[in-house]
Ligand binder design. Structure first.
Ligand code: GLA
Ligand code: ZN
Length: 683
């Protein structure tokens, strides 16, 4: 990332909406004094400013924005300039109703909210393109401009006639003939044959939501349309400012799942942005999980975002204190802001940016956390917390060019698979829990302080010693070829229940599991038992008993070796954990969903067997509840060591280190207070 985005400091700042204070220069003056005090160096502006920039069609007012550029530049700050399409001005919807979104029941929405635009409207596209030209021409040469921020948290779909037409074109392009479409859509089911392209309509509760492939294609189409809208916005920017990189803020981490945003294929989208940036809002101190558990989930989200380009990334938004949209908007405990902010840097982020720098006085987000609150004071807890992070980032300046450490383990995550699984009518909607499963596998490594990459099914597997491929329900033959190659040339693969059930057209494989999968795993799939929540089966493995919950796949053993068997029910004595040697590698299958203790043991054996530990831990007492993440450059490693527990933790350093935040030397025993982070580098 640092190659495209030229920054000389970690970015500290965030969304700033001075258009709300345009008549109050005192507030803006005061803001800039406070920003300087809190070491804010980056301002994301213009996100929702369209109505101020173009109050009437074709009438522009840039003066206020010019002033903000001047103010920022007087302080040597950076500007991330947003294109204003995150919210449209009222006049546009009045004059051109086609820009408004239509819901899946065909109702055109009224003006309001934000992100409320049609994905196909030619008017909307022309208007965004033209305002972006204006912005690029006016501000492209400003020395503070470091990055374009396209729109805001793109998402949602539109079902208007224009979008239906686009969908039909997309389908024509993909399926070529109606006969082919009918064949691949298995449309003789329920007499759903298509007679011509005009029959195609998006999924709707007033029409069809039962065609699994139609639902999936609609999701694929919405991603493509969103990318198209994005590219339409980017075109004028690339033309006028070819050297300014482009991002858009991705979403992730909403409680309780803390999963990546699932409605758009970010893996596909990421190819179109220069720099990955995302909005991170963990609900620290909730009442259903420990801080350590939430830290693990947040670590995973950071690794997902890092994995999109396998590079450093930006945190575009985070809250300096509480939000206003969690089920419970809890304030941050002392120490948590620093802890959460540095966690992101530890995983390879090069920024701590906030929503927002100054709290809005009214409307829906008026009590959302901000650096400057209604008190306008620098004596608030939040202001002090933010200032501390500002100082920290300055002290960490030597590691700006460092990147997240090298990993030997990858977990595969694929959007088509997520969508397909989500819609699958076998299994149980209550217990599929795909993301939870990814978290369970990931957490074993996180607890052991072993770094993991989250990769897509398109990524190269060869750099990894271990590839974990959980619940890969929708899998095409090409991918099977790829994992076969990976394993036979020495890779180690772990698969689980629900693997390889359908192809990319959402059609079942005929004749049982594809031969390739049978060869890879040395098994043939027989059936899946979906358990009710109170039912369990059992696995006995090396004298320990483990519970099987939710799902048990039944396999017939072919070339594989069975390491453990199910104990109960009609599939008692069929294999529950297997290993198959293929070429110089191994493919293992975890056939049922197990309790966590099983995964702990299973992976700790692999960690030893494949030497996956890689000297990540700089202290002797590896069992201390301390989390270690490593960034490194050519010269050295930087160890971010965090206490995510509510108790003091002691580390016994093996050598002498310098702690970069305090400047102290670390030697032997060091006590970390709850939520404390230290950054150690070897002397
Ligand atoms: C999102 C949006 C912001 C703001 C914040 C509030 O991330 O992008 O505009 O609404 O949520 O947390
Ligand atoms: Zn539309």
């Amino acid at each position: 990332m640092t190659d495209t985005l030229q920054i000389s400091k970690f970015l500290h700042g965030g969304d700033y909406n001075p258009e709300q204070w345009i008549d109050n220069s005192e507030i803006i003056n005061r803001d800039f004094t406070l920003f300087k005090q809190s070491k804010i160096n980056t301002f994301t502006i213009g996100i929702f400013s369209w109505a101020k920039i173009e109050p009437k069609e074709g009438v522009y007012d840039f003066e206020w924005l010019d002033n903000i550029f001047d103010r920022v530049e007087q302080q040597n700050g950076n500007i991330i300039l947003a294109t204003p399409s995150g919210a449209r001005p009222r006049w546009m919807s009045e004059k051109y109703p086609e820009v408004l979104r239509t819901n899946e029941q065909g109702q055109k929405l009224l003006f309001g909210e934000r992100h409320n635009h049609c994905l196909s409207s030619p008017v909307y596209r022309a208007k965004t393109k033209s305002i972006n030209y204006q912005l690029a021409k006016r501000y492209g040469h400003r020395k503070s401009l470091i990055l374009w921020h396209i729109s805001n948290e793109l998402g949602g779909d539109c079902h208007c006639e224009l979008c239906q037409e686009k969908f039909r074109e997309w389908m024509k392009n993909k399926y070529k003939t109606i006969d082919n479409l009918n064949r691949l859509y298995w449309s003789s089911f329920w007499s759903h044959q298509y007679n011509n392209w005009d029959d195609i309509h998006s999924p709707s509760t007033l029409g069809d939501t039962t065609s699994l492939i139609l639902n999936l294609d609609w999701k694929r189409f919405v991603t493509d349309q969103t990318i198209d809208v994005f590219e339409n916005e980017v075109k004028p920017l690339r033309e006028v400012t070819p050297n300014i990189p482009v991002t858009t803020n991705f979403m992730g981490g909403n409680p309780p799942e803390s999963s990546i945003f699932m409605d758009l294929d970010y893996q596909k989208f990421s190819k179109h942005v220069d720099v990955i940036s995302w909005d991170s809002y963990p609900n620290w101190s909730n009442d259903y999980e420990t801080t350590e558990t939430l830290a693990m989930k947040t670590a995973l989200m950071n690794d997902v975002m890092r994995g999109l380009k396998h590079d450093s990334y930006l945190i575009m938004e985070s809250t300096p204190s509480q939000v206003n949209w969690h089920p419970f908007n809890k304030s941050k405990r002392p120490g948590m802001h620093e802890m959460g902010s540095l966690q992101q840097i530890a995983h390879g982020a090069n920024s701590v940016l906030y929503f927002q720098l100054h709290q809005s006085r009214g409307s829906s987000e008026m009590f959302h956390g901000a650096v400057v609150t209604h008190s306008l004071s620098n004596r608030t807890r939040v202001f002090k917390d933010v200032s501390l992070v500002g100082k920290d980032l300055e002290k960490l300046q030597p590691l700006l060019k460092s990147k997240y450490t090298h990993t030997k383990i990858a977990i595969v995550f694929d959007y088509d698979n997520v969508w397909a699984l989500d819609d699958a009518r076998n299994y149980s909607d209550q217990t599929k829990k795909y993301w939870h499963t990814i978290q369970s596998h990931y957490s074993v490594f996180w607890q052991n302080n072993i770094p993991v990459d989250i990769i897509s099914a398109q990524d190269d597997l060869s750099p990894y010693t271990l590839v974990i491929d959980p619940m890969h329900f929708m899998m095409d033959i090409e991918y099977m070829e790829k994992i076969e190659k990976y394993v036979s040339s020495g890779g180690n693969l772990v698969g689980t229940y629900m693997t390889g059930m359908v192809d990319k057209n959402y059609l079942a494989y005929l004749g049982g599991w594809p031969e390739r999968l049978q060869r890879i795993y040395g098994l043939s799939y027989v059936e899946t038992d979906t358990l009710y929540p109170k039912q369990t089966n059992t696995i006995i493995w090396e004298d320990n008993e483990y519970k099987v919950i939710d799902y048990a796949d039944v396999f017939e053993q072919k070339n594989a070796t069975s390491l453990a068997y199910y104990e109960d029910d009609f599939y008692a004595q069929s294999p529950a954990l297997t290993k198959n040697d293929l070429g110089s590698g191994t493919a293992m299958m975890i056939a049922g969903r197990t309790e966590k203790a099983f995964l702990n043991k299973f992976y700790s054996k692999l960690i030893d067997k494949y030497s996956l530990r890689d000297s990540q831990i700089p202290f002797e007492n590896a069992d201390a509840h301390l989390s270690v993440q490593v960034r490194q450059d050519e010269r050295q490693k930087y160890y971010f060591i965090t206490n995510y527990t509510d108790n003091k933790q002691i580390s016994l350093f093996k050598d002498s280190y310098t702690e970069m935040l305090s400047g102290n030397s670390l030697n032997g025993s060091t006590t970390l207070e709850p939520y404390q982070v230290i950054v150690a580098t070897k002397d």
